[in-house]
Design a binder for this molecule. Structure first.
Ligand SMILES: *Cc1c(COP(=O)(O)O)cnc(C)c1O
Length: 227
């Protein structure tokens, strides 16, 4: 299957999943997770109409951004070290993986220098696995309140990457928990915080995520093939 065919098919499946639960398919955006795939793959996807690409490694993102000429949007979706933030300033339009205040403060500093706003999601680790990045659901509201005070950051919602399941259905409760957490935080009416985005769902489970309210699905393998 070509990248273009895969993208077409995934968008079709996103639409069907949305319609099954009475959602408008236009409220869901596909993020092509392009880590390890060369710039040519990104260009091919962009030519097929794909607009948003998510990367996990700063150097890789910057190298690809130099090569790809199509007008695409870059998101950062991986674990982010504070000392790499500077290089992302002005390049990415959304960081999905803010999981600690120190990282948010570095983003504040670097976007502040540009005099621009950085859109971010707070990453939540719902499974409580030590090895995973993300703040715990118990700590998430507090982190949101702290990040909301930083003038050059704008919180747009939450992101999660559930533990690996064999069956997509098994991820449903995690996705639902993220949505519920988002509703709890929304009810706090914190200034500077918009809880409009839920970044959840990957190749194996994006339809379940859409049924549970995802607005951004991050899909790699189903677009580009196995890494
Ligand atoms: C790689 C990656 C994805 C996509 O995973 P696939 O299973 O290849 O679709 C989504 N989110 C993050 C954070 C990733 O690193």
């Amino acid at each position: 299957m070509s990248i273009a065919t895969n993208i077409y098919e995934i968008n079709r499946r996103i639409s069907s999943a949305a319609l099954r639960v009475g959602r408008d398919p236009a409220t869901i955006r596909l993020v092509a997770a392009s880590k390890t795939w060369p710039a040519e793959g990104v260009t091919e996807a962009a030519e097929a109409g794909q607009l948003i690409f998510g990367e996990n490694y700063v150097q890789e993102l910057l190298a690809k951004a130099l090569h790809v000429k199509e007008p695409i949007e870059w998101h950062f979706i991986g674990a982010l070290q504070s000392n790499k933030v500077k290089q992302l300033a002005g390049v990415v339009s959304l960081i999905h993986s803010v999981d600690r205040l120190s990282l948010a403060e570095e983003i504040e500093k670097q976007w502040g220098k540009l005099g621009e706003l950085c859109n971010v999601l707070v990453e939540v680790n719902l499974s409580g696995e030590e090895t995973k990045s993300g703040t715990s659901s118990a700590e998430a509201a507090r982190l949101v309140r702290e990040v909301a005070r930083l003038p050059h950051l704008r919180i747009r919602g939450l992101m999660t990457m559930p533990q690996f399941f064999d069956q997509p259905e098994e991820a449903r409760l995690s996705f639902r928990s993220l949505r519920e957490l988002s509703e709890i935080i929304t009810a706090e009416n914190i200034p500077n915080v918009e809880m409009d985005e839920l970044s959840m769902g990957m190749s194996g489970d994006f339809e379940v995520a859409v049924e549970e309210g995802a607005t951004l699905v991050r899909v790699g393998t189903a677009i580009f093939g196995y890494r």
